[in-house]
Ligand binder design. Structure first.
Ligand code: MN
Length: 248
């Protein structure tokens, strides 16, 4: 099995070596990651300039593009056989609830699914300095159990690991995406020349404490595993709107 490993925090993320360590027993791990931090790039593609790919060591490449560019390079770059599985992470910080729409980590896993293979995104819920070692052990354990059930074509998992010693994890919960409480997400300040500037994202988000959500599980000390799908159609509204009689 060939496993594509990527990470929106960039090729310098210490999580990459830790995930290579735990994934290599399952197959050949090929790392292709952005050459710098590309967090919150979502599913962005680089269309207006060429992409350059650098081989840093055997099976390790950097790309001057987005996480999704990296997945496309893996499938269509003709530098290797297409992967059978995409693993994205471990992100330095959570990717829960509506944040999956902004996440480069989750987007890379989604791109794997769009290319026809399973995608697994993993995030560690902390902003503190960390070596990702125990989180990688945890992710590796979950991936091993998932792979033992066979590769499911549309499988898309979003894993969030609480930041605590592995021995203190309460277990794994299969969750749904939670809901953020939106607060100030654009901070206005004044620069040294007296002009306003804006910085996207303020404090870490607050979450609605709903049972069964990714946020609640992580908060309670469980590893959260959310099975996702790409079908966004609102079927109930679609059925209702059939009767609206909209005309062009
Ligand atoms: Mn990131």
């Amino acid at each position: 099995m060939r496993i594509l490993l990527t990470n929106d925090d960039g090729i310098a993320s210490p999580a990459l070596a830790q995930l290579r360590r735990v994934l290599s027993p399952f197959g050949r791990v090929i790392t292709i990651a952005p050459d710098r931090n590309q967090s919150a790039m979502s599913q962005a593609l680089t269309l207006s300039r060429p992409l350059r790919i650098h081989e840093l060591e055997e099976d390790v490449y950097s790309v001057d593009g987005t996480p999704t560019d990296c997945v496309l390079v893996a499938f269509h770059g003709k530098i290797l056989e297409p992967p059978d599985l995409v693993v994205s992470g471990i992100n330095h910080g959570p990717n829960m609830g509506e944040d999956v729409f902004y996440s480069g980590t989750v987007a890379a896993a989604i791109e794997g699914v769009l290319q026809g293979v399973p995608g697994i995104a993993a995030s560690l819920v902390t902003r503190q300095q960390t070596d990702f070692r125990e989180a990688a052990d945890t992710v590796g354990n979950v991936v091993r159990q998932v792979l033992s059930r066979g590769l499911m074509r549309r499988l898309l998992l979003n894993i969030n690991v609480p930041h605590r010693p592995a021995a203190e994890l309460k277990g794994v919960q299969i969750t749904r995406l939670g809901t953020r409480v939106y607060e100030d997400t654009l901070v206005r300040k004044v620069d040294p020349r007296g002009r306003d500037y804006y910085w996207v994202g303020g404090e870490d988000p607050v979450w609605q404490p709903h049972e069964g959500t990714d946020f609640q599980s992580v908060h309670d000390g469980f590893v959260s595993v959310t099975p996702m799908q790409l079908e966004l159609t609102d079927q109930a509204l679609r059925a209702d709107m059939q009767g609206w009689g909209l005309t062009p």
